[in-house]
Write a protein that binds this ligand. Structure first.
Ligand code: BGC
Length: 394
């Protein structure tokens, strides 16, 4: 972008002047040298040809949602004539770092990053900042860095609250004194969201543990003990199989609070293979992935928390446009954009260890067999192909 390049150009002239027109002065420190190299490399890297390039760095392609996020973001950006570099890091941190570095080298103006591990990108984000690249954390917060301009996500704490509240209502805990047994399946501990989902669930469930209405027979309650590395279906399934065989041969399992749909698939598979009692086990999820929608329609999964990814992409793109126009967006962006969905501006809930990150938070929604047709099919989000398979709508 022109104005950023102008600043760099001025900075470089200034640097050249004080270093004797490019010759390193004898008492130049290594910090000075780094500064000169940062400035000149940023000049080399910045495109000043009227193109606006946005980098999108997604964590992986295994989970349905990130493919969709990538596609929605790309097409929304392209509507405004932006060039897009889209990459998926296969859940490999080094790959995500090198993809971001390539984007900086390609001259991106802004990167939208959904980190595999929010705490591992600080140094490549420093490089981005030195090159004048703006940074938006997408869905997952970037941790331990000052180099994050904004965060766009859903209200992650509310996701956990909705899952827990669903279990409380489905088991009619408020109308009975019976003790019901539940197990907890948390997400990947290196994903900052996992903690918010967990806190939302636990804060809602704790009063029921205290009243003796809920019990965790395995005793596995803590965040790390219940965590699922990389949100893997297989890891969740294996853990649940062990729990079922160790604790539920004679006890009835009433519910499994799973943080998302990939872990819910694991829990449902384990219940099918290793649970022999005939009660229906309530299983929660998040994302409304296709396989989970099948499971909800067939009664194997009870609910999912739906997050309209297209709206998350729309907020990100409108925010990007404002940032690249040199604005400092705040709650006014919500009014000015005229979105037809709810979004909240929040400056206090997401501290990344360095600062409160200015956030735009969308509102998640509970789906179960009672409203899935209306919310996902009647709206065209999903449709059926000619063989009767669920596919993404237009
Ligand atoms: C996202 C969830 C997703 C999970 C696993 C979280 O950060 O918010 O929607 O299910 O990652 O990819």
């Amino acid at each position: 972008m022109k104005n950023i390049n102008f600043i760099f150009l001025s900075l470089m002239w200034f640097t050249l002047l004080i270093t004797g027109c490019g010759k390193a002065s004898t008492n130049e420190t290594s910090a000075d040298k780094e500064a000169v190299s940062a400035v000149s490399s940023s000049l080399v890297n910045r495109a000043d040809d009227g193109r606006i390039i946005v980098g999108i760095s997604m964590p992986d392609q295994q989970l349905e949602r990130w493919n969709r996020d990538g596609a929605f973001l790309k097409s929304e950006f392209e509507k405004y004539g932006y060039e897009v570099i889209l990459s998926f890091a296969d859940n490999l941190i080094d790959k995500q770092i090198s993809e971001l570095r390539n984007m900086i080298d390609e001259g991106v103006d802004l990167v939208v990053v959904s980190a595999i591990d929010g705490g591992t990108l600080s140094s490549v984000l420093d490089e981005a900042s030195q090159a004048g690249v703006k940074v938006i954390a997408y869905d997952r917060l970037l941790m331990d860095t000052d180099i994050v301009d904004y965060y766009v996500s859903f209200d992650n704490y509310m996701v956990g609250e909705l899952q827990a509240r669903y279990v409380i209502d489905a088991l009619k805990l408020d109308a009975s004194d019976e003790t019901r047994n539940i197990e907890i399946v948390t997400g990947d501990p290196v994903d900052n969201n996992a903690r918010y989902f967990y806190n939302g669930e636990m804060d809602t469930l704790v009063p029921y543990f205290e009243k003796g209405k809920l019990n965790i027979v395995s005793g596995q309650k803590d965040f790390y003990v219940t965590a699922t590395g990389t949100w893997s279906t297989e890891i969740a399934q294996q853990r649940m199989q062990i729990i079922l065989n160790s604790y539920y041969k004679h006890n009835r399992l009433d519910a499994v609070v799973c943080a998302n749909d990939s872990t819910a698939l694991g829990a449902v598979n384990a219940i099918r293979s290793d649970y022999s009692q005939d009660n229906k086990v309530i299983v929660t999820g998040q994302d409304a992935d296709v396989e989970n929608v099948y499971n909800i329609l067939s009664g194997n999964q009870s609910m999912t928390v739906f997050k309209a990814l297209k709206n998350e992409a729309i907020v990100t793109v409108d925010l990007t446009r404002a940032v690249l126009e040199g604005d400092s967006p705040d709650e006014k962006l919500i009014e000015e954009s005229g979105w037809d969905f709810e979004c909240r501006y929040d400056t206090t809930s997401y501290n990344n260890g360095r600062k409160n990150v200015k956030s735009y938070l969308l509102i998640p929604k509970v789906l179960d067999s009672s409203n899935i047709q209306k919310e996902l099919f009647d709206t065209g989000y999903y449709t059926y192909d000619s063989d009767g398979n669920i596919i993404l709508g237009e």
